[in-house]
Design a protein around this ligand. Structure first.
Ligand SMILES: Nc1nc2c(ncn2[C@@H]2O[C@H](COP(=O)(O)OP(=O)(O)OP(=O)(O)O)[C@@H](O)[C@H]2O)c(=O)[nH]1
Ligand SMILES: [Mg+2]
Length: 257
């Protein structure tokens, strides 16, 4: 076994984090690679996979709501902060699997993991040198040029907060038409084309802000490639795997071991 890699799937609510966690593990298993799944969402109700390590074994959203008389949102915040109190147990539980890949499915609301301290703390505590963020953009919010910019802004904020290697993914690519997918890929590869698409949108304060945000994105050279992923036939998963390998092993494939 090589030193393990932690992949954190992060994105807005419903963007496809849990589905991708499941599909990535399935894809790896089909290729004889070793990966475990970790659920970090104490409020998760219907996960598409059975987590190997599950925060719900330590923290239950329902119990926190009942014990502290909190509503679901207040309890989610309390749970997010409690995540940090259980990192030692989580680390031991993960280590017991002696695996190569640890697929971390994060809580539904992105802000709980990205903007509160617990997310940053967990990454640091587990293995910051061997961690990568798989940031998921939801195509429902990224189909227009300014929608795409607002999604990029969240991705960049995540990068700014967590300060780890990061790959941008477009989930649910199977739900886009060929033209729509091509459009998003063009925007993701070419900031000038994205800028032109913004200029062609209806004039508004929103459009001006989009132009300003794009200028900042270009200035800091943070306009990275986006990898489309779909639910059918593991669309895009091999590219994602290759990209992660490139970050840590200079492209060396675990499958060749
Ligand atoms: N067509 C299609 N649907 C998808 C894909 N990925 C996820 N979905 C659907 O999108 C919905 C949300 O997916 P989840 O994987 O639960 O998303 P999530 O980000 O984990 O959601 P929360 O944890 O609740 O924020 C589900 O109905 C999935 O079946 C995909 O690649 N293609
Ligand atoms: Mg989920």
């Amino acid at each position: 076994m090589k030193e393990e890699i932690f992949v954190y799937f992060i994105g807005t609510a419903g963007s496809g984090k849990s589905t991708l966690t499941y599909n990535f593990q399935q894809w790896m298993n089909h290729r004889g690679l070793d990966a475990i799944t970790v659920n970090l969402d104490p409020g998760a109700e219907n996960l598409p996979y059975k987590p190997d390590v599950d925060i719900r074994d330590w923290i239950s959203l329902k119990e926190i709501m009942d014990s502290y008389g909190l509503g679901p949102n207040g309890a989610q915040i309390a749970c997010a902060d409690m995540l940090a109190l259980n990192t030692d147990d989580i680390k031991k539980s993960i280590a017991s699997f002696k695996t190569d890949y640890i697929l971390m499915d994060t809580p539904g609301q992105l802000e709980l993991f990205v903007f509160r301290e617990a997310g940053k703390y967990i990454i640091k505590f587990l293995n910051p040198e061997r961690s990568i963020i798989a940031y998921i953009l939801d195509p429902a919010l990224a189909k227009t040029a300014s929608g795409f910019i607002s999604q990029l802004l969240l991705s960049i904020s995540t990068n700014f907060r967590l300060n780890q290697s990061q790959i941008n993914i477009l989930s649910k690519a199977d739900m886009l038409s060929d033209n729509e997918l091509q459009q998003v890929e063009i925007w993701s590869n070419d900031p000038d084309k994205l800028g032109n698409a913004i200029i062609n949108e209806e004039a508004s304060a929103y459009r001006e802000m989009s132009e300003g945000i794009l200028r900042i994105i270009n200035e800091f050279d943070i306009h990275g490639k986006i990898f489309p992923i779909g639910n059918e036939n593991f669309q895009g998963i091999e590219d994602l795997y290759t990209q992660i390998q490139l970050q840590f092993e200079g492209g060396e494939d675990l499958m060749s071991d």
